[in-house]
Each structure stands twice: as C-alpha cells, then as structure tokens.
Design a protein around this ligand. Structure first.
Ligand code: ADQ
Length: 459
C-alpha cells in the first residue's frame, strides 16, 4: 500500500539545512524517511494580517518546509496571550497566573483557522498529519470543518491539566470538540492520560476500550508516548567534550551541582536556589565546597509572569551569594544564556549532581540528557522532582518534593556523599530506562499507532 506523506505542524520550524536538538532531529529523520511536509511559524512578525497570508516554501529537499508569518496582533493574542499566558499556566497547574482575555481567545482560534486553511491547500488524500503542542489544540476541528478526513494526530508536550482546574478556562466547553477531532492524542505520561480520560468522560465522552473514546459520532484514542532523547548522540557529545568543565575553573575538590532550564516559573528555580542555600548552611562539613551552576536563558519575556520570575531569581541569588560567598568562591553561578549542546553535554558529565526540580513538567529532557552524559564508571547523581513527567520512568533517581527546600537540601547532601557502587547501580538502571524509550522509539511508536489507530500499552 502506498503510504501517504507525513505532514508535521509545529509552532516553530527549523530553518537550517541540518537542524540540531533531539525532537527536531527526530521529526527531521521521520520526514526524510517517508517524505513529507513540515509547516510552522517563521518567527517573523509582519505589521498586518493581510501581509501574513500564505505559506512560504523555505526548503524543498529532502522534504518540503513551509512557514507562515504572524501579524503583530496575532503574535500578541495567539502566542504570548492565549498559548503562553492562558493555556501554559492552566496546563502547569498555575490557575493563579491564568489570563482571561476574550480577544486573545478569539485570535488563538482565528490563527488556528487560518493555519487550517493553509494546511488544507497542501494536504493530499492518504497524507497523515501530526500536530504538535498546545498552540494548535483547535487545529483538527478547524480542518474537519473544511472537510479534511485524513488521519490527524496530536502530541501534547506539556502536562494535561488537572480536570478540576479546567473550569478556570472560559473556553472549556470547546475543549472536548477540539480534542475529539484528532484521531490519536499522544501524551507524555500515564498520569496525563488519566487526567485526559477523566476530563473527557466528565464532558460526555464514552470510554469504549482502554484509551479508545467516543464523543458524538467520532472515535479517537488517547495514550502515553514518553518522549526521549538521542542517547547515543548525547553519550558521544559528552565523551568528546568531557573537558568543557575546565572552563569553570573550579578549585580542587570543589563539587559541582548543575541546573539547566529555560527560565520558566514551572521549573521551580526559586525553590531550588533556596534549597541549595539551605544545603550550604546545614552541610555537615563546612570544608566541602559545592557550587550550583544554573544555566537558565530567559524565554517569553513579554509575558509578565516571566519577568517576575527573573527578578525573583536574581534576588535569591544575591541573598545566598551575599551570605555565603568567600573571596575565592561564589556558591551560585547563574548564567542567563544558551550554551552550545556539545559544551552542555560536557558540563553534565563534569557535574556531581543535577537538580531537575520542576513544579510541573511534561517530561523534562534535561533529566535524560544528564543521565546519558555520565561516565558510567564514576557517574553523577540525578535529583528529580516527583512532578516531572520523567519521574514515571526514572525512579532510580533521588526523588524529591520540590516545594520542600529541606528535603531537596538533604537530597543534595545524599547525592554528594553517595558511595560509588550506589551511584553506579542507580545510573545503570536510569540508562536502561532512557534507552528503552529513546527519541527514535517515540517517533516510530507514535506514527505506527497513528497509522494503525491502535495504541501501545505503556503501563
Ligand atoms: P522544555 O520546557 O523546553 O520543553 P525540556 O524538556 O527540559 O523543557 O527541554 C529543554 C531542552 O532545551 C533540552 O534539550 C535542553 O538541553 C535545552 N536547553 C535548556 N537550557 C539550555 C541552555 N541554556 N542552553 C542550551 N540548551 C538548553 C517542552 C516541555 C517538556 C518536554 C519537552 C519535549 O515543557 O516537559 O520534555 O517539551 O517534549
């Protein structure tokens, strides 16, 4: 049977010929293999919507890439507004930060409608469409309205909201129709699947079989597909760049605790810094020097909550460093910019422990990258929040409640004094977990399920 093309839709689209970064590379490989089209936002803003019409082809080989522009108003309403100031906080259990703005909600739906029109112009019978993330929740419904009957899949990279939070969304009544217009809804974890099933059941959908639901006349499926990384590529990068830690000029015996995150209130950074301060003030041996290197480039700075988190972090850094620093030692080093992936891999390898302590996170790939980058003979220790999606798979990490700085401080102490054999056995089991569901597994399994409409059993 002739397999149709794969059409990937995501908010941002890579523009370089050979893109880097796990997810982007995985989608790139899938498109290369089966032929297809990638459609995404160019990142370019034009003054008016009239100028934003249409798709621009940015590459033709080895598959076609098209991008669309957003007008200034669309960027505000769709991207900064509804996607990142309404849906993002709701989906990360922060209804206290949720913006209610009917204009932004309208623009979000209008952009989805416009993008559906652009897709409808390129789609052919037999093509399979794979939509990514919370920017495009209404896209399948908009495509169905245009008569598109192709198979359409969705993958949500962030957590599914708690059903009890959903009433905070003014558009909640639209959500069941948005979701049920897809054929397959992929989520990161079993907990997300259970939240989605509960929400849909409470809103009139019928559960037919495991993960298969019916709403009005449509049947669709929901399953978890925990996203992974390209483990071998990371192992190799970490080995090749094992000396990147030398840039840090740590003193002999100084321990390195690492944090790598986009600067986002979901990542639990103020709590992490407070925990590190607590660890330092209670550490049993004051001779131990441990430095927290936090790499956190700002994102979405036009959204108010992101400006606030940045200020909060700067205040805590100043306080901890002010109290603890010595002439030749700064306890918290805070770097606010992107680091090349290879250098990052070497820093992970140098670190004695990595703090991955989000308050809510779809998966968290940093946790998996850190594990892959370790030297198995002398591995560092992963300290992981119960609230990262990765916690369902990486239970050999030191698990912490990120809201409790005392608990995280004790985990730092435990990590830095853990005997070698325990570090090795935890690392072995973590490596096995990240290899089982690496990024190639993720694309392969998701696309097979979308094609067959039959989901894997991940529990
Ligand atoms: P993010 O919220 O961006 O992704 P994460 O999964 O940790 O979170 O991915 C971040 C990526 O960016 C990692 O590959 C990391 O190496 C890289 N990165 C972070 N800081 C960096 C820096 N300073 N310099 C260079 N690279 C940096 C969303 C969801 C997650 C989900 C992913 C994938 O929020 O929960 O795991 O999508 O589905």
């Amino acid at each position: 049977m002739n397999q149709g093309r794969l059409i990937v839709v995501s908010n941002r689209i890579p523009t370089e010929a050979a893109p880097s970064g796990g997810l982007v590379v995985a989608l790139h490989d899938a498109l290369k293999e089966r032929g297809g089209v990638w459609i995404g936002n160019s990142g370019k803003r034009v003054a008016t919507q009239e100028e934003a019409q249409g798709l621009t082809r940015i590459a033709q080989e080895p598959y076609e890439r098209y991008c669309f522009d957003l007008s200034e108003e669309e960027h505000q309403g769709f991207y900064l507004g509804y996607a990142n100031a309404t849906l993002w906080p709701l989906f990360h259990h922060r209804t206290d930060l949720l913006a209610v703005d009917p204009d932004q909600a309208r623009i979000y739906r209008e952009v989805n409608d416009r993008v559906a029109g652009l897709i409808a112009d390129v789609v052919r019978p037999g093509d399979v469409i794979w939509v990514h993330d919370y920017h495009f929740l209404p896209l399948a419904e908009a495509l169905r309205r245009r008569g598109i009957t192709n198979r359409i899949g969705f993958f949500l990279h962030i957590p599914f909201p708690n059903p009890s939070d959903m009433p905070a969304l003014s558009e909640r009544k639209l959500m069941p129709g948005w979701l049920s217009s897809f054929d397959l809804i992929g989520l990161q974890t079993r907990r997300d699947v259970s939240n989605a099933l509960d929400f849909l059941r409470d809103n009139g959908a019928e559960l037919l079989l495991r993960g298969k639901m019916k709403l009005d006349s449509r049947t669709f499926e929901i399953a978890s597909f925990p996203i992974g990384i390209d483990v071998d590529a990371f192992v190799e990068a970490a080995e090749t760049h094992a000396d990147s830690g030398e840039h840090l000029r740590l003193s002999p015996g100084e321990r390195l605790v690492l944090g790598v995150d986009r600067l986002d209130y979901s990542k639990g950074l103020p709590q992490r810094f407070a925990a590190f301060g607590e660890y330092l003030s209670h550490r049993p041996d004051p001779q131990i020097r441990a430095t927290l290197l936090q790499i956190a480039p700002p994102s979405r700075e036009d959204v108010e909550a992101y400006r606030e988190i940045r200020q909060e972090l700067e205040t805590i850094t100043g306080r901890v460093n002010g109290e603890m620093a010595e002439l030749d030692w700064t306890p918290i080093r805070y770097i606010r910019r992107n680091i090349e992936r290879e250098i990052l891999a070497g820093l992970y390898r140098r670190a004695d422990a990595c703090l991955v302590t989000p308050l809510a996170d779809g998966m968290n790939l940093v946790a998996k990258e850190f594990v892959a980058a370790q030297d198995g003979a002398d591995p560092g220790v992963l300290i992981l929040s119960h609230f990262a999606g990765a916690a369902e798979q990486l239970d050999a990490a030191l698990m912490v409640n990120p809201y409790d700085p005392g608990e995280t401080a004790r985990a730092i102490d435990q990590a830095l004094s853990m005997p070698l054999h325990e570090r090795q056995s935890r690392h072995l089991s973590l490596m096995q977990a990240i290899r089982e569901t690496d990024i190639a597994w993720w694309t392969r399994t998701y696309l097979a399920a979308l094609q067959a409409k039959s989901v894997p059993l991940n529990d």
